[in-house]
Design a protein around this ligand. Structure first.
Ligand code: SAH
Length: 213
C-alpha cells in the first residue's frame, strides 16, 4: 500500500468536511490532510478510508471517525512538546495526529493483538511515540505524569480518578463519558484540587474496559 496524489486529494476533502462540522484549528485540519488514514485500515476498507466514518480494526474495536478525532484533538489545545497520554491506541490513527502536532505521546492499549500490530505499524511508518504501553488505561501512567493533556478514545462509564490526578495544573483531560452513548467532557485542572468541567454533546465509542486480571 502506498500514499498517492489521489489519496491526498481525498484527504483535503475530508478536512473540508471536518471543518464544515465546526473544527477550526488550522493545525488539526492540516494533520487530517497529512496523515494517510487508508494505511491504518485493512485493505478491504481502503476505498472508504476518507469517508467521515468509524471502521472496524479487529478485536471488536474501531478506528474513530475523523471528525471525532479532530474534535477531541482540538479540545486538547496542544502546543509543540506538550506531553500527552492517549488511552486506547487502537489503529494508531489518533496517535499519528498527535505526533503530527509535535506532541510527546505516550499511548496505552489493553488488547494485546492490537497493541502488537500497531506497534509494528508505527515502526514501519516511522511514527515515534515516546512509549507504547500494553496495559490498563484506567490507571493512567503515573511514572510519566504529570501530563499537559490526556485523551481517552473509548467510552468511559466513569471518569478514572488517576487520570485527573495525573494532569499538570492547566492540563486538559478529554474523555467521552457514558455507557451506551457518551458526552464528550473536558476537565481543565485549575489547581491541585480544582477542576473546571465542560460538556460538548453526544458521541458513540467502543467501551473503555476494565482489565480482567
Ligand atoms: N484511538 C483509536 C481508537 C480505538 S477504539 C484509533 O484512532 O484507532 C478504542 C481503543 O481503546 C480500543 O483499541 C480498545 O481496545 C482500547 N481500550 C479499551 N479499554 C481500554 C483500557 N482500559 N485501557 C487501554 N485501552 C483500552
Amino acid at each position: 500500500m502506498q500514499d498517492t496524489f489521489k489519496h491526498r486529494g481525498m484527504r483535503n476533502k475530508l478536512a473540508e468536511i471536518v471543518a464544515s462540522q465546526g473544527v477550526t484549528d488550522i493545525k488539526v485540519l492540516e494533520a487530517i490532510k497529512q496523515i494517510p488514514r487508508h494505511l491504518f485500515l485493512d485493505s478491504s476498507f481502503e476505498a472508504h478510508a476518507y469517508q467521515d466514518k468509524a471502521f472496524p480494526i479487529g478485536a471488536e474495536q474501531t478506528i474513530s471517525q475523523p471528525y471525532t478525532v479532530a474534535f477531541q484533538t482540538e479540545l486538547l489545545k496542544l502546543r509543540p512538546n506538550h506531553k500527552v497520554l492517549e488511552i486506547g491506541t487502537g489503529s494508531g490513527y489518533q496517535t499519528a495526529i498527535l505526533l503530527n502536532l509535535k506532541a510527546k505521546v505516550y499511548t496505552i492499549e489493553r488488547q494485546q493483538e492490537l497493541f502488537k500490530k500497531t506497534k509494528l505499524f508505527f515502526n514501519k511508518m516511522g511514527y515515534r511515540p515516546k512509549k507504547i504501553i500494553f496495559g490498563d488505561g484506567y490507571k493512567g501512567l503515573p511514572e510519566e505524569a504529570p501530563f499537559d493533556g490526556i485523551i481517552v478514545t473509548a467510552g468511559a462509564p466513569l471518569v478514572p480518578k488517576p487520570l485527573l490526578s495525573q494532569l499538570k495544573i492547566g492540563g486538559r483531560l478529554v474523555i467521552p463519558v457514558g455507557v451506551d452513548e457518551q458526552v464528550m467532557t473536558l476537565f481543565v485542572r485549575k489547581s491541585e484540587k480544582e477542576f473546571e468541567k465542560k460538556e460538548f454533546g453526544n458521541f458513540r465509542f467502543v467501551p473503555l474496559l476494565e482489565n480482567k486480571n
